[in-house]
Design a protein around this ligand. Structure first.
Ligand code: NZQ
Ligand code: ZN
Length: 393
C-alpha cells in the first residue's frame, strides 16, 4: 500500500427534505451575503430555487442569484459570476445542481478570493491558488462527486479547452444531499451519472500499485452497488432507496476514499473525455463509456492482474483458460452493462465522428494538458491517445 493523504472535510446532510434547512446551515457557517448559482432551469421548474431562497431569507441572510450554467460549464459564466460577486460583496457561494454548477461555483470562488488574478491561469497550471471563498451545494444529480471532491473542471468556450484544477482548498464546506431531488432527471442523465460514478472508482482501481486490500474491497462493493441500482432506476426512476445508494456512492467514489493506497490512479479516460467535452460538448459520463472499452482493450495486458481481479470480483466472470481470456471477458461484460443502461460504447454511438485532423488535435491537447503522458495501468503518450480515439470510432 502506498502512503497517502486523505482529507474529506465536507459536512454531509443526507436525506429527504434536508434542503429546507439550508438557510440555517449557511448562518452556522458564517455566511451573510450569498450567491445562489444554478443551471439552465431544472431547479426553477421544480420549485427548488424558490424554496431555497425562502429558507435563506428566513434565516436573515441576503442573497442574489446567477443562473445559466451549462453542462461543460463555461469560463464566460465564471467571469460573469466573479464580476457579480465583487459588485455585491459576496462571502459564500451556494450551488444548486450537479458537477457543472458546483464547478462553476468553485471557479467563481477562486476568482473572488484573489480578485486581481486571472482565474483561467489556474486551469492552465500557471499558478496555484492561495485562497478560495467558501462553497457549498444542494446536489440535484448524482454523478461528478464535485460536492465533496477537490476538483473543478471548466471549459474555455473560446478555445474549446476543457481543463481541470485540483486543490484541497476547493472541497466544499457542506453538501445537502436529498435523493428525492434527483427523481426529475431524464433517464439518460441518471445513467450517465451512474457511469461517471463507476468511472471515478475504475480510474483509481486500474493502476499498477501494489496491495490495497481494503481499498479494493470498498471499490468493488461500490461498483457492484451502483450497477445494481442503475438497473433498478432504469425501470423504476422513483425508487428512493436506489436514488439514495447512487447518491452516496457518487460522493464516496470521488472524495478520495477509493484511491487510498494507490499511486494516484490512472485517469486516462477522464483526460481523453475532457477533450471530447471541449471539442464536441458531449455529456461527460457518456463520453467516458464511449471510450472505456477501447481504452481497456488497449491497456489490459500491462495491468493484467487488476483486470483479472475486476473480472472475477466485480463482473462475476468464471476463470477462463488463461488470465488474458478472463480479463477480456470482464471487459466485454462491462461493455455489455454500459449498453444495457443505454450508454454509448463507441464514439459513433455517442453521436460524433471526429476526423483524423480532429483526433490529432484532441490527442495533442490531451498530451499538453497532462505534461505529455497520462495513465497508470499503462502510461499513454500522444500517439497512444490518438490511437485510442481512432479505435473508439
Ligand atoms: O442545468 P439544469 O437545468 O439544472 O439541467 C441539468 C443539466 O442539463 C440537468 N439536471 C441536473 N439536476 C437535475 C437535472 N434535470 C432534471 N432534474 C434534476 N434534478 O442535468 C444536466 C447535467 O448536469 P451537470 O451538472 O452537467 O451534470 P454532472 O453532475 O454530470 O456534471 C458534469 C460536469 O462535471 C465535470 C464534468 O466534466 C462536467 O463538466 N466533472 C467534475 C468533477 C469534479 N468537479 O470533481 C469530476 C468529474 O469527473 C467531471 O469531470
Ligand atoms: Zn467524471
Amino acid at each position: 500500500m502506498y502512503g497517502f493523504e486523505y482529507t474529506t472535510p465536507t459536512k454531509v446532510f443526507f436525506g429527504p427534505g434536508t434542503e429546507e434547512k439550508v438557510g440555517q446551515i449557511l448562518r452556522e457557517y458564517g455566511a451573510s451575503r450569498v450567491l445562489i448559482h444554478y443551471g439552465s432551469g431544472s431547479c426553477v421548474r421544480s420549485g427548488l430555487l424558490d424554496r431555497v431562497i425562502a429558507s435563506v431569507e428566513d434565516a436573515g441572510l441576503w442573497c442574489c442569484q446567477l443562473g445559466g450554467v451549462v453542462p461543460n460549464p463555461h469560463l464566460g459564466k465564471v467571469r460573469e459570476g466573479i464580476d457579480l460577486g465583487k459588485r455585491e460583496r459576496i462571502d459564500f457561494i451556494l450551488a444548486i445542481g450537479g458537477g457543472s454548477v458546483i464547478d462553476s461555483a468553485k471557479a467563481i470562488a477562486y476568482g473572488l478570493a484573489e480578485p486581481d488574478l486571472d482565474v483561467w491561469e489556474l486551469f492552465e497550471k500557471k499558478r496555484k491558488a492561495k485562497a478560495i471563498l467558501p462553497v457549498a451545494s444542494i446536489l440535484t444529480i448524482s454523478a461528478s462527486g464535485s460536492e465533496t471532491s477537490n476538483s473543478c473542471v471548466i471549459t474555455n468556450e473560446e478555445t474549446g479547452e476543457k481543463r481541470s484544477y485540483n486543490d484541497n482548498i476547493a472541497r466544499p464546506a457542506f453538501a445537502i444531499m436529498d435523493p428525492e431531488l434527483t427523481m426529475t432527471l431524464p433517464d439518460y442523465q441518471t445513467q450517465s451519472g451512474c457511469a461517471d460514478i463507476m468511472m471515478h472508482t475504475l480510474e483509481r482501481y486500474f493502476t499498477r500499485s501494489g496491495s490495497m486490500e481494503l481499498t479494493d474491497a470498498i471499490a468493488e462493493g461500490l461498483l457492484r452497488t451502483v450497477m445494481k441500482h442503475a438497473l433498478i432506476l432504469r425501470e423504476d426512476p422513483s425508487n428512493y432507496d436506489s436514488r439514495a445508494e447512487v447518491m452516496w456512492a457518487g460522493s464516496l467514489s470521488h472524495n478520495g476514499l477509493t484511491g487510498c493506497g494507490n499511486d494516484g490512479g490512472d485517469f486516462a479516460c477522464h483526460g481523453l473525455e475532457h477533450e471530447l467535452g471541449g471539442m464536441f460538448d458531449v455529456t461527460h459520463g457518456a463520453g467516458l463509456t464511449a471510450l472505456w472499452p477501447t481504452w481497456a482493450r488497449y491497456v489490459y495486458r500491462d495491468c493484467l492482474p487488476r483486470f483479472v481481479r475486476f473480472a472475477r470480483n466485480v463482473m462475476d466472470i468464471a476463470p477462463g483458460a488463461s488470465e488474458e481470456e478472463t480479463a477480456l471477458a470482464g471487459i466485454d461484460a462491462l461493455e455489455a452493462f454500459f449498453r444495457q443502461i443505454g450508454m454509448p460504447v463507441t464514439l459513433k454511438e455517442l453521436g460524433i465522428d471526429p476526423s483524423e485532423e480532429e483526433i490529432l488535435k484532441m490527442a495533442a491537447s490531451c498530451a499538453r494538458a497532462n505534461g505529455g503522458r497520462k495513465g497508470s495501468a499503462r502510461v499513454l503518450f500522444e500517439e497512444d491517445m490518438a490511437e485510442i480515439y481512432r479505435r473508439a470510432r
